[in-house]
Design a protein around this ligand. Sequence first.
Ligand code: TXA
Ligand code: MG
Length: 315
Amino acid sequence: MDTMTLDGNKEEDINTAALMLKQGKLIAFPTETVYGLGADIFNSQALKSIFLAKGRPADNPLIAHIGSLEDIDLIVSHFSDNARKLAEAFFPGPLTLILPVINSIPKQATANLDTIGIRMPNHPIALALLKKSGPVCAPSANISGKPSPTKAIHVLQDLDGKIDGILEGGSCEIGIESTVLLVDPIPTILRPGIITAEMIAEKTGIQIVNNEVSLNNPLSPGIKYRHYAPKATIHLTSSSEEFLHLLDRFPQSLKLSTHITTQFSELIPLKESTFYDVLRSADAGNISDIIILFPHADRIKSPGLANRVEKASST
Ligand code: TXA
Ligand code: MG
């Protein structure tokens, strides 16, 4: 199939994308985190084609994306007080709430769970699209196992010819996927992101005591899958001293650090917004080693980035 390129800055192209979604087509679109691959949440055939296009395991549920708060009632069977507080504080924004799902939502959306992830992206193009299309399920718009796409070109590298269209809208500001939070009975972060437990406590008073993101955690199916590891070997350290040794050992490597000093001119900043892009370029450039300095204090400040870097470096 031909993948239609649409311009997210043109209203008529947003209208076309919304219409195509309603017709059961697959449309990639930008959000503030990463590009999503959208399909109408009420159309089980369209949802099935998401799994086919991405090569996604059938037991990995999708996130419902909404453009207005009224859509919640179409998807969620019970909206608890905590859910309300969280939505008020963080919608639109990079937080996905796991809530009980209405029975009539197709099973492909939830992979047969009795809960569903719901989020309102904080991106003008995504919001304009979703207001016209209604609720859409959207996993990240990459082939399963590749880094999530933060630019339209990444989506096309993976899915050109496999999806009906892409609504282009530049680079995603945040660059890693949303925080996934199980709301009830015990608020639990299932996938860390830029919204942290501290931010949630500060804005809502909800304390997250259970913050165990374990590979065997049956609560979040997506977490058990092996995540993207680039072709290059990643040498990750939290010690500046070891980093200096690595610089000597691997002079040809890509060098990333959260601490940029003028001492080393070739250091690439390690940050959420560009990490996936760096991984994709390393593969494209046949880089064999990536060395990363990521001190523990920075990992604690940026648990979402720490999670993605640690996953990319584990084999
Ligand atoms: O930022 C994001 O969340 C992006 C953009 C496109 O919005 N989307 C995204 O979707 O990252 P995806 O499908 O790549 O990741 C969804 C994650 C998976 O780890 C999945 O297992 C988890 O959310 N998830 C979805 N529904 C769930 C549920 N009912 N219970 C537990 N985990 C769930
Ligand atoms: Mg994904």
